[in-house]
Design a protein around this ligand. Structure first.
Ligand code: G6P
Length: 492
């Protein structure tokens, strides 16, 4: 087709992300880019919020492509439909598929295993069998969505839930270009080695022509495991498997920088941030706000972060330097995967911490920690970013972490400090953040203290450097760079 697809990234250093795709594009992801909402007794589809959808939707629309995925509820029909210029191909999942494929193998086996085994991964043969079966359903739905024509379509498969799809699809449609991107970390070989089905998973991925990772560490871990557990041979960038070449690359994901910046500049977001500041930090001298925003996931280090804040208050009480009159922590915890035991346990732990710390350090009218267990609307989220003096992003392991990037994108005036885990993919680009070991309670407390007391010019210098790093790579650049690699006929 060769339609020029030019997307304005809208930043001063990186004006456009441009790719001229030669073929139709089919996206395969666990979830569709839409979800069903019920308003005034009527249900309808709405485009889902989130970076991946906003990044890929323009490419799919322009390439007259399709999106294959699960609609977010059990059962239903599997009739394809168009929404907002995109052809949606439903993969229908029943309750039992959700238990075994989604909550089970994807989120209680692979998720902990790939995040350094922070929680013990559960290995169940029945879950694995269902993972294979559901991956096959995705592959078949994708083959149906494709036009098996002369040039072939481009297929881009996403994330750990669908690692077998590339190879299955290769059998169904041998001449198409298939890409795979892993959004989460790929673990070190000695951890991956525990997986009873390690060879099948790696061979599943090797069905792709291009396999993308967030960081060079993830790519290296993958290649090491591939060489140990499969017949593939080659370099860190190029593998040979079953007579084909497989390119391995690093493509750090990002966000729609302009969307955050534009929202952060609106009068309503600024006013809302002022209201939040006065609500969170009442008193003559407004309190400094330390903010955390995370899915309530054990990989995010929320509990350890709260204990570090407790340590900060403890030290402050001892040497009379800091109290709840000076600072407050606000933790937004977005509900997620409540069907997995470890998530229910984590919620209990976090809520116990909030109670204990508030009981110990709070004062009438001055809570030490404000805890919100909910999803925030986009503008409200940006208002929280604007209100926060310090953003704490301290995952124990994270593929990238987009919250760190969203905070930086919202801080137009180069104010605000970012405390960032060394173990988040974002730390590779954000060298000017206050980098911390998220397991180190004392070190974390000291970094929060530093962030709260840093001179204004140091804050500005660090934030302006973070903003430069962010502008070099927004989510459209990310998508374009992967697609250029996937489509040999593309031009840029
Ligand atoms: C991570 C994963 C995504 C996943 C998201 C939300 O970012 O990489 O694949 O969609 O979490 O999790 P959920 O289980 O609700 O889809």
């Amino acid at each position: 087709m060769g339609k020029p697809l030019q997307i304005e990234a809208g930043t001063d250093t990186q004006p456009t992300a441009q790719v001229d795709l030669d073929s139709r594009l089919v996206i395969v992801a666990n979830r569709l880019p839409v979800h069903r909402v019920k308003r005034k007794g009527r249900t309808r589809w709405e485009t889902s919020p989130g970076g991946l959808v906003s990044a890929l939707a323009p490419f799919v629309r322009q390439a007259e492509g399709a999106w294959v995925g699960w609609p977010g509820f059990a059962g239903g029909n599997n009739r394809a439909f168009n929404h907002d210029g995109i052809r949606n191909r439903i993969v229908r999942l029943e309750e039992q598929d959700l238990d075994r494929f989604y909550y089970g193998f994807s989120n209680a086996t692979l998720w902990p295993l790939y995040h350094d085994a922070i929680r013990p991964p559960v290995f169940r043969r029945g879950w694995w069998r269902r993972y294979v079966e559901v991956n096959r359903r995705y592959a078949e739905a994708t083959a149906k969505a494709m036009e098996l024509g002369a040039d072939g379509d481009l297929v881009w498969v996403h994330d750990y839930q669908l690692q077998l799809v590339p190879r299955m699809l290769r059998t169904l449609a041998p001449d198409n270009r298939i890409g795979f991107f892993l959004h989460i970390p790929f673990p070190p070989e000695e951890i991956f080695a525990r997986l009873p089905w390690r060879t099948q998973v790696l061979e599943g991925l090797l069905g792709a022509d291009v396999i993308g990772f967030q960081t060079s560490l993830g790519a290296q871990n993958f290649v090491r495991s591939v060489k140990r557990f499969t017949q593939a041979r080659g370099t860190d960038q190029m593998l040979e498997f079953e007579g084909r070449s497989v390119r391995v690359g690093v493509f750090p994901i990002s966000i729609d920088v302009q969307h955050f910046a534009e929202t952060a500049a609106t009068a309503s977001a600024i006013e809302r941030a002022e209201v939040l500041r006065s609500q969170l930090g009442p008193g003559e001298q407004p309190r400094k706000i330390i903010l955390g925003v995370d899915r309530l996931d054990y990989t995010k280090g929320i509990d350890i972060r709260m204990r570090a804040f407790q340590e900060l208050l403890h030290r402050g009480r001892k040497n009379k330097s800091m109290s709840v009159r000076d600072c407050v922590m606000c933790q937004v915890a977005v509900p997620t995967r409540s069907g997995v035991d470890e998530y229910t346990k984590l919620r209990r732990t976090v809520e116990e911490h909030v109670g204990r710390i508030n009981g110990e350090y709070g004062e009438p009218g001055l809570a030490a920690i404000h805890y919100l267990h909910r999803n925030l609307e986009f503008e409200e989220l940006v208002a929280f970013y604007l209100a926060a003096d310090v953003m704490v992003v301290t995952p124990l392991r994270d593929g990238m972490n987009l919250v760190a990037k969203e905070y930086v994108a919202s801080r137009l005036g180069n104010t605000g400090s970012l405390v960032l885990s060394e173990f988040a993919g974002a730390a590779h680009e954000f060298r000017s953040a206050l980098l911390v070991n998220p397991y180190d309670i004392d070190g974390l407390a000291s970094s929060m203290q530093t962030a709260l007391t840093l001179p204004q010019q140091d804050i500005a210098r660090r934030m302006s450097s973070l903003r430069r790093a962010l502008k070099r790579n927004d989510v459209f650049d990310w998508a374009a760079s992967f697609l250029r690699e996937l489509d040999p006929g593309s031009s840029s």
